[in-house]
Design a protein around this ligand. Structure first.
Ligand code: PLP
Length: 456
């Protein structure tokens, strides 16, 4: 389905890919045979490939480019910092201004009582840090047996050994003998896929009750923490039924375990609030961040830690953990500029009040399409379920409807991601109403083309 190349350089790059590049989450045979699409430029919400095709990026890179592409201010912030102090570590009783200013700024926007930040190079490293920190916390409190982390099937928490173990992705667990011990999983609140005959509200309660069941099974004395994304992103933009988070909060209040929100996708405005936890009124003890922190212009992640945790860590001696690039000055300078833009341009307010309601209204118009079983979304997140039968929610088995649709999107100038037969979007937060119109028009065209293929 790919169109032949016209730019001779495309072929050269594809040969380099075939001969040398091991891409993440890729089938190397398929990548060798087909060659990757080469993305060369970007501006606003648009990408250009090496063939000159203009593509509306419905996924904000990989959920990260919140402020859109092409903001010179971030490049200037990086350049200025590189000239002044390109690197210094934050080990051994040293620091530098950008990391300190960033920690203070994050504490200002984070929920109340979350005033301390440990920086990492990525979201995965943030979750690794979390695992070590919460176990250290309980050991300092004289309860070293509280080690087990409860997470969710089909959650995504990164790709390091701890991240992939915390995540509940079967395909990842199958490689490399994961999950590591001390991590257990409960069902996800995915009503469309797994709710059966229950109403969404009943199913939300049922899914939340699985947490209590697991705490009792493992024993409260052995459970360190529960980790969850406010909305599962990579799992397929899974928005829990309204009954879910209140019930989870009720259960967490009953037991002495920590609550970790993985805010790598929801953080920095995607729901129309600074954090997904703000949107739902959740009160986590720790929050993992990355992606939107720098709008993806440079790698950076971190772990925001509550005063409650910090007060235990503080007198506890060395925390023997850290990365060479924890709080990297250039990344910190870029993150600061990114947050400044989010604040000064009131981007999150505009998402909440104007563009997200518009996106959600326009997306839901696709629900009348014969291939669509459900459209759901919140903030700048959306999902479209592809089905054969709308009322029974049954799929086109073995046809790869999602992959077919993804290819049509690519070829028609739109990036939507496929998770199985769920099409998902997470556009840059700065997407305008007319760009939303373009996104929805292209999505409908691609649904039509996909249905034609499936019926052929
Ligand atoms: C992307 C992601 C991660 C991992 O972040 P990396 O920077 O890829 O390590 C962790 N959690 C969630 C929810 C994510 O979406």
């Amino acid at each position: 389905m790919t169109t032949p190349n016209t730019n001779p350089q495309t072929q050269q790059w594809q040969a380099m890919s075939r001969d040398h590049h091991l891409a993440p989450f890729s089938d190397y045979q398929q990548l060798s045979d087909t060659g990757p699409r080469i993305i060369t430029n970007a501006d606003g919400v648009y990408l250009w490939d090496s063939e000159g095709n203009k593509i509306l990026d419905g996924m904000a890179g990989l959920w990260c480019v919140a402020i859109g592409y092409g903001r010179d201010e971030l490049a200037d912030a990086a350049s200025k910092q590189m000239k002044q102090l390109p690197f210094y570590n934050t080990f051994f009783m040293t620091a530098h201004p950008p990391v300190l200013e960033l920690a203070k700024t994050i504490a200002e926007i984070a929920p109340e009582g979350m005033n301390h930040v440990f920086f990492t190079g990525s979201g995965s490293e943030g979750n690794d840090t979390m695992l070590r920190m919460v176990r250290h916390y309980w050991a300092l409190k004289g309860q070293p047996n509280k080690k087990v982390i409860i997470s969710r099937i089909n959650g995504y928490h990164g790709s390091t050994v701890a991240g992939a173990s915390l995540g509940g992705m079967q395909g990842m667990h199958e490689q490399g003998d994961l999950p590591i011990p001390g991590i257990v999983h409960i069902p996800q609140p995915y009503w469309f896929g797994e709710g059966g005959d229950m109403s969404p509200e009943q199913f939300g309660i049922w899914a939340a009750e699985q947490l209590e069941k697991k705490i009792l099974e493992v024993g409260e004395a052995n459970v360190a923490a529960f980790i969850a994304e406010p909305i599962q992103g990579a799992g397929g933009v899974i928005i829990p039924p309204d009954s879910y988070w209140p019930k989870i909060r009720e259960i967490l209040a009953k037991y002495d375990i920590l609550f970790v929100a993985d805010e790598v996708i929801c953080g920095f405005g995607r729901t129309g609030e600074w954090f997904g936890s703000d949107y739902y009124g959740n009160k986590p003890d720790l929050m993992t961040i990355a992606k939107g922190l720098t709008s993806g212009y440079i790698p950076m992640g971190g772990l925001i830690v509550s005063d409650k945790i910090f007060e235990v860590l503080k007198p506890g001696g060395d925390f023997n953990h850290g990365f060479t690039y924890s709080g990297h000055p250039v990344a910190a300078a870029v993150a600061l500029e990114n947050i400044r833009i989010l604040r000064d341009e009131k981007i999150i307010e505009r998402v909440r009040e104007e563009t997200a309601p518009y996106l959600q209204k326009r997306l839901r118009e696709l629900a009348d399409h014969p291939l669509v079983g459900e459209v759901r979304g919140l903030g700048m997140l959306g999902a479209i379920e592809l089905v054969k039968n709308k009322s029974s929610r049954t799929r086109y088995t073995d046809k790869g409807a999602g992959m077919i649709c993804r290819a049509h999107c690519f070829n028609n100038g739109l990036i939507m991601r496929a998770v199985g037969d769920t099409m998902i979007i997470a556009p840059p937060l700065v997407i305008s109403k007319s760009e939303i119109d373009e996104l929805v028009t292209k999505a409908r065209l691609c649904l039509d083309l996909t249905l034609q293929d499936l019926q052929a």
